[in-house]
Design a protein around this ligand. Structure first.
Ligand SMILES: [Zn+2]
Length: 424
């Protein structure tokens, strides 16, 4: 038994934060939330009433190994960015680069309170084993382009070998996007997902040009396309971006197995537009939050993403009541974990996994922060720099600037070397 002492606890089921202790069992699950000094066991962390405890942040759409490609293509439109810069660089990536980029990303995520992520890329066995070693939780898939049975088979063997490992890895199927995977192959992938109980992670209507293709070439509505391909019947479907999903068609994809992943900063940086998040939330849809890869953001910082999500819709719609701080904190925690298929992840309550970010609220930006306004302080004044500890399944991965499961100096040095390899 271990304990996190005297913290201000908030999750998306709470109206007000609660000052207390979190008691954690040897299985890594929370056994009780108790009044301050009420928890028994070895003290993992003493918050002294100056620390907030929130569920670990969940980055629901990223490509972690792209940290090695950070900055190689700036200020270009998506298709040009992909075809002239990203795809050629990706051709040079070897398994050791994928591992190195993934580890670099994990340092960044862990130090900012992120405990869980959904990733689509290739050489994913490297990402899976790095995830297991780091202590993080992830939903992983092999990005599938074309009608390439080899890539699909790699994805399926990833599921066989890593799915369910240590309760921290979920393997999904990863058809890349409607513009990179033919429709009949997409239908085949969707059928396999349904048969084998695997989720699907898919890039969806990121740019306006894609919507135009549906209208002018496929002559089918986007929602109908998803339904006909069988994707809406996948046990879990993560639709990344969904910027151009027509808002009058959202009802058609409003299903409990479907999660829309909002990526505000990537969409802003690539000039893609803004997703109809107001409408999605009004319909009660499950909306998660992601950073996308480091080549299009360029941070894997969920605090930054929360702030962008909470601000941009207010500005576009000229309505400060839209997409509240509490909405985005839920998107960045419970909604992401549930969307990937992790059960019992994303709240701080008995029986749930002890995936927790501890945040220092003693600094100047938090004067006036209390049990009623903590979510707003975190989103509008807070930053990843305030994270003091990151815990997954009751195990601290990061505390007071130190990485407890990873050698950060070695990882950064190796990543520098690998970056030189792939850009020379
Ligand atoms: Zn992406």
């Amino acid at each position: 038994m271990t304990a996190i002492r005297d913290v201000l606890i908030w999750d998306s089921e709470r109206e007000r934060a609660e000052r207390g202790d979190i008691e954690i069992g040897s299985d890594g699950r929370i056994t009780a939330v108790l009044p301050p000094k009420g928890a028994k066991g070895e003290i993992l962390f003493d918050g002294r009433g100056e620390t907030a405890a929130i569920p670990g942040l969940v980055n629901a759409h990223t490509h972690v190994s792209m940290t090695l490609l950070r900055g190689i293509a700036e200020e270009l439109p998506l298709m040009e960015w992909l075809q002239t810069k990203i795809f050629p660089a990706e051709d040079r990536l070897l398994p050791q680069h994928i591992r190195s980029g993934a580890e670099l990303a994990m340092l960044e995520m862990i130090s900012g309170g992120t405990t869980c992520f959904a990733d689509m890329y290739y050489f994913m066995r490297e990402v899976a084993s790095a995830t297991l070693a780091s202590g993080m939780r992830a939903a992983l898939c092999r990005g599938i382009t074309g009608d390439d049975a080899r890539k699909l088979n790699e994805n399926l063997s990833l599921a066989e070998d890593f799915g369910g490992r240590e309760g921290r890895i979920i393997v999904q199927l990863g058809p890349h996007a409607p513009y990179t995977v033919p429709r009949d192959f997409l239908a085949r992938i969707a059928g396999i997902a349904k048969d084998r109980g695997l989720g699907v992670h898919f890039h969806w209507l990121e740019t306006e040009g894609e919507l135009k293709t549906f209208r002018d070439e496929y002559k089918i509505s986007p929602s109908e396309y998803l339904a006909q391909a069988g994707l809406l019947d996948a046990p879990k479907l993560l639709l990344a971006h969904s910027v151009w999903h027509p808002s009058d068609e959202l009802g058609r994809v409003n299903r409990s197995n479907v999660t829309l992943v909002h990526n505000p900063k990537s969409n802003l940086k690539l000039g893609s537009g803004y997703a109809p998040v107001r409408e999605m939330l009004d319909l009660g849809m499950n909306v998660a939050l992601g950073t996308d890869g480091a080549a299009s953001n360029n941070r894997l910082d969920m605090w930054d993403e929360m702030r962008a999500a909470a601000l941009m819709h207010k500005g576009y719609h000229k309505d400060p009541t839209l997409v509240s701080a509490r909405d985005v904190l839920k998107m960045a925690t419970l909604a992401g974990a549930a969307g990937m298929g992790f059960e019992g992840v994303g709240l701080i309550k008995a029986g749930w996994h002890a995936d927790i970010a501890l945040v220092d609220i003693s600094g100047p930006r938090y004067v006036g922060c209390d049990d009623r306004n903590l979510p707003e302080f975190l989103v509008y004044s807070g930053s990843s720099r305030d994270v003091r500890a990151t815990i997954v399944d009751g195990k601290p991965l990061y505390k007071d600037g130190c990485f407890l499961t990873m050698d950060s100096q070695e990882i950064v040095a190796k990543a520098r070397e690998h970056r030189r390899d792939i850009t020379k």
